[in-house]
Ligand binder design. Structure first.
Ligand SMILES: Cc1ncc(COP(=O)(O)O)c(C=O)c1O
Ligand SMILES: N[C@@H](CCCC[NH3+])C(=O)O
Length: 414
C-alpha cells in the first residue's frame, strides 16, 4: 500500500497534506512515512520468520536518528560502515549486540569503539584488516567476532558505480584467497569466526545474481567445514532493488523464499542488510518551483531543491518520479527540473511532462534512501529539513540548517 497518494488533487503523506507541510516547514523538504518504513521492515522480517535471522538495516540509506529509532523499536539490527553510524545507532536506542560493521577501511578508533560497545560482528574485508583487528582486540583484552566479506565475482547487473561484487571492485576478499584467510583468522587469538558475508551491489531487480552469489558462498562454507571451520551465519548483504519507474524487483518474501530454498536444510542463521528496500519508497523530497524559463527550444523548471540535497540523478543519472503536490490537470509540457547550483549536472529530472507554474510544489518520489544521507552544503546551501509523518501527525526530525551552521567550526586567522 502506498502512503503517498492523492486525495482529490492534493498529495498526502499518510494523512498529512504535503502542501500544508511544505508551507509550514518550507522547502526543500524531506518527508518520510513511518507506516511505510515499518511495513517494509516487517516484509523482510516476516519473510524469514521461520528461520534464524537478523535484519540489519543499512544505516547509510537513511541515518536520521528518528528513522533508526522507529526500526530499533521493531527489534531491528543495523549494518554500519563508520563510527559515526554506530554513534547514531546508539543515540537512536539501537542495540549494539545487533550491529554488523561493514566497510573496507575501518580505523583503529572505530574498531575500539565497536569492541567497547560489544557489536555482533565485524565484516572484515581484507587480510590486513584482519591482522589489525586482532591486534586491537588483544590490546583491549577482547575477542572480536568476525565474518569475512567475500567477493563472489558475480555481475549484479546494476549501475557500475553501485556494483560491488565483481573482482575489479574494491570490496571484499577474493574468493580464491578466502580459505587461506579464514585459516589465518582461525589462528588469531583475538578473533572468533562467526560467519561469511557478501554484498554484490545495490538496486538489483533480478534474483539470479543473488542466487549465483549464494551458490558460490555455500560452496565456500562447505569447503570451510572440511577444513574444520564452522560457520554460524551467512550475511547475504543488502541490494534488493525498488520500483523507481517501471522496475519490478522481487518482493522481500519472494527473494527470501528463493534464498531459503537454496540454503536447503542448512541451519545457518541468515543476516540481511537492506537499506534502499526499506527506506527509498518511504520518503519524498519536496521542492518549490522558483521560475519557469525557456532557452531556445528547451523548457526549464527552476526549483529550490538541488543536487546538494538529492544527488542521485546527477551522480548516477538515476530516474526518480516527479509529481505535482497539487495537480493542475490539463495541458502538460516537457521540462527539465533543475536546481540553483552552478553545475550543468544539477538536475532532478529531465524531459518531464508537467503542468506547472512558479510557486507550485513538486514531489520527487523514492527519495527516502540515499537522499538526505548524501546531501552536502555545496554552494553554501543549508541542508533541508526532515519530517516524519505518523498518521495525521507530522514531526520535525531534523531542523533546516541555519546559515551560521554553514561555517560552524571554521576560524578566522588571528
Ligand atoms: C555492505 C553493504 N550492505 C548493505 C548495503 C545496502 O544496500 P541497499 O541499500 O542496496 O540494500 C550496502 C550498500 O550498497 C552495502 O555496501
Ligand atoms: N548511494 C547509492 C547506493 C550505494 C549503495 C552503497 N553501498 C544510490 O543512491 O543508489
Amino acid at each position: 500500500m502506498d502512503h503517498f497518494i492523492y486525495q482529490a488533487e492534493s498529495l498526502f503523506a499518510e494523512q498529512c497534506p504535503v502542501a500544508k507541510l511544505a508551507e509550514q516547514h518550507g522547502t526543500p523538504l524531506y518527508i518520510y512515512s513511518r507506516a511505510t518504513l515499518e511495513r517494509h521492515w516487517h516484509a523482510f522480517n516476516n519473510a524469514v520468520a521461520d528461520h534464524p535471522h537478523l535484519i540489519c538495516y543499512a544505516v547509510k540509506a537513511n541515518s536520521n536518528i528518528a528513522v533508526l529509532n522507529v526500526l530499533a523499536r521493531l527489534g531491528s539490527g543495523f549494518d554500519i560502515v563508520s563510527g559515526g553510524e554506530l554513534a547514531r545507532v546508539i543515540e537512536a536506542g539501537g542495540d549494539p549486540a545487533k550491529v554488523v560493521f561493514s566497510g573496507v577501511g575501518k580505523t583503529v578508533a572505530e574498531m575500539e569503539m565497536a569492541l567497547e560497545l560489544g557489536i555482533y560482528c565485524f565484516n572484515v574485508e581484507s587480510a590486513a584488516e584482519l591482522e589489525q583487528l586482532n591486534i586491537v582486540a588483544l590490546r583491549m583484552g577482547k575477542v572480536a567476532a568476525v565474518s569475512l566479506r567475500i567477493n563472489p565475482d558475480v555481475d549484479a547487473g546494476t549501475h557500475p558505480y553501485i556494483s560491488t561484487g565483481l573482482k575489479e571492485n574494491k570490496f571484499g576478499i577474493a574468493m580464491e584467497d578466502a580459505e587461506s584467510i579464514f585459516l589465518r583468522a582461525n589462528e588469531l587469538p583475538g578473533l572468533a569466526i562467526k560467519g561469511v558475508d557478501c554484498h554484490i551491489g545495490s538496486q538489483l531487480t533480478e534474483i539470479t545474481p543473488f542466487l549465483d552469489a549464494m551458490d558460490r558462498m555455500l560452496a565456500l562454507i562447505d569447503r570451510l567445514a572440511e577444513l574444520g571451520i564452522e560457520i554460524q551465519h551467512f550475511d547475504v548483504g543488502g541490494g534488493l532493488g525498488v520500483t523507481y519507474d517501471d522496475e519490478l524487483p522481487p518482493q522481500p518474501d519472494v527473494y527470501a523464499a528463493a534464498l531459503l530454498e537454496r540454503l536447503g536444510g542448512r541451519k545457518l542463521k541468515l543476516i540481511f542488510e537492506p537499506g534502499r528496500a526499506i527506506a527509498a519508497n518511504a520518503g519524498i523530497f519536496v521542492t518549490q518551483v522558483l521560475y519557469l524559463k525557456e532557452n531556445s527550444d528547451k523548457r526549464f523548471a527552476l526549483v529550490d531543491g538541488a543536487m546538494n540535497d538529492l544527488i542521485r540523478p546527477s551522480l548516477y543519472s538515476a530516474w526518480q518520479k516527479i509529481i505535482p503536490v497539487v495537480e493542475r490537470g490539463g495541458y502538460t509540457q516537457s521540462y527539465d527540473v533543475v536546481g540553483p547550483i552552478c553545475e550543468t549536472g544539477d538536475f532532478l529530472g529531465k524531459d518531464r511532462q508537467l503542468n506547472v507554474q512558479a510557486g507550485d510544489y513538486l514531489a520527487i518520489r523514492s527519495s527516502g534512501a540515499y537522499g538526505f544521507t548524501m546531501a552536502s552544503n555545496y554552494n553554501s546551501r543549508p541542508r533541508a529539513a526532515e519530517i516524519m509523518v505518523d498518521g495525521s501527525n507530522a514531526y520535525v526530525i531534523r531542523e533546516r540548517e541555519k546559515l551560521a551552521q554553514l561555517w560552524q567550526g571554521e576560524q578566522l586567522l588571528p
